[in-house]
Design a protein around this ligand. Structure first.
Ligand code: NDP
Ligand code: OXD
Length: 314
């Protein structure tokens, strides 16, 4: 057997079927089925149970089936192997759709009109700012962040981005590193987080950061959109900041604990919009093909694409 499919939280069967169609000459097995650990050369993982990949002596490559690899980095018994992540046009497009949708939703105050509709109230008493009057700050200017920033720019928003190392993106003001974080936040009305979860970014979305966002924006207070990872945010701080006006509203796709526990006050907070970690979706069709192509490259001695730097954690 060559490829072990180790998935929790998603349906496994479509992935196994896809890999069997793409790699008919290989043994493909799902974690939980019997297999000889010495036969595994490749693993395709999405949130495999920590420790379950220990003791695979002939493992060469672990493929993350998502863009994020924190699920791998957080397994302290992960075997030594190259780690490859997903960079996928379909996934990137879906993430940008989500970001644009929610920026527009906050710009156009759609939650308020939903409530008015429920109550059959016809009331048009509020000034609507134009997109160019609203400053969006995208944290993380990688594959997804750059795509989202460009699409937000096309919608007319005044867009800036922040990354670890300096990036140049046409038409977008860019900031880098801790030194420039304050200036980036000070010009941000809607903060969009598309960062990976690493030791350096864990808990970054906290009260002290929210307090540095622009206070003079056209939306009546700063808005947070987090589609990166739940571990980036301090949920108690988000709730407290929504209460005292440090934040006006939040859209959250990711949570400290997933699924979001039923007793979380985020569920019922009137200023919070929740989605179940599905801003982007990994499609077995397209990502399966990428994994098969990467295996082909690896075995032909060609360099793998999208290899993760374990020191940086992304
Ligand atoms: P990339 O690796 O392409 O980009 C990551 C960006 O974050 C880079 O710009 C990087 O900086 C920046 N960054 C990393 N660490 C820091 C730091 N300490 N300070 C400042 N900036 C930092 O990742 P992707 O764009 O492909 O994906 C981003 C994340 O989106 C994923 O890791 C995942 O967590 C999340 N995601 C969520 C999904 C969902 O459904 N909710 C779906 C897909 C992804 P630099 O440019 O200098 O390297
Ligand atoms: C990803 C995700 O990282 O879906 O791709 O969260």
């Amino acid at each position: 057997m060559n490829l072990l499919v180790a998935i929790t939280g998603w349906e496994v069967e479509p992935w196994v079927e896809r890999f069997r169609r793409l790699l008919p000459d290989r043994d493909i097995v799902a974690l939980g089925e019997p297999f000889d650990r010495r036969d595994v050369r490749y693993v395709a993982s999405w949130k495999h149970p920590p420790g379950s990949l220990a003791g695979l002596p002939n493992l060469d490559v672990i493929f993350s089936l998502g863009a994020g690899v924190d699920h791998l980095m957080n397994d302290d018994r992960l075997p030594e192997a190259l780690i490859v992540r997903v960079v996928d046009e379909d996934l990137t497009n879906r993430m940008s759709e989500y970001v644009v949708l929610h920026c527009l939703m906050h710009l156009r105050q759609q939650r308020r009109y939903d409530e008015q509709q429920r109550q059959k109230i016809w009331l048009d008493d509020r000034f609507q700012p134009a997109a160019h009057e609203v400053k969006v700050g995208v944290m993380g200017l990688g594959v997804i962040g750059q795509d989202a920033a460009r699409k937000l720019k096309t919608m007319g928003f005044d867009v800036a981005g922040w990354s670890r190392s300096p990036r140049v993106v046409e038409g977008i003001a860019t900031f880098a590193g801790e030194k420039e974080l304050g200036a980036f936040l000070a010009r941000t009305d809607i903060l969009v987080c598309l960062l990976p979860l690493t030791a350096a970014t864990r808990g970054l979305l906290n009260r002290s950061l929210f307090a540095k966002l622009a206070r003079d924006g056209r939306l009546g207070g700063p808005v947070l959109i987090n589609a990166g990872r739940g571990g980036l945010q301090v949920e108690a701080d988000i709730l407290a900041c929504l209460e005292d006006g440090t934040l006006k509203a939040a859209t959250l796709d990711v949570f400290e604990t997933e699924p979001l526990p039923p007793d979380s006050p985020l569920w019922t907070h009137p200023a919070v919009t929740i989605t179940p970690h599905n801003a982007g979706m990994s499609s077995p069709e397209s990502i399966g093909a990428q994994v098969a192509e990467q295996i082909r490259r690896f075995e032909a001695g060609e360099p793998l694409r999208n290899v993760v730097n374990p020191q940086l954690g992304y």
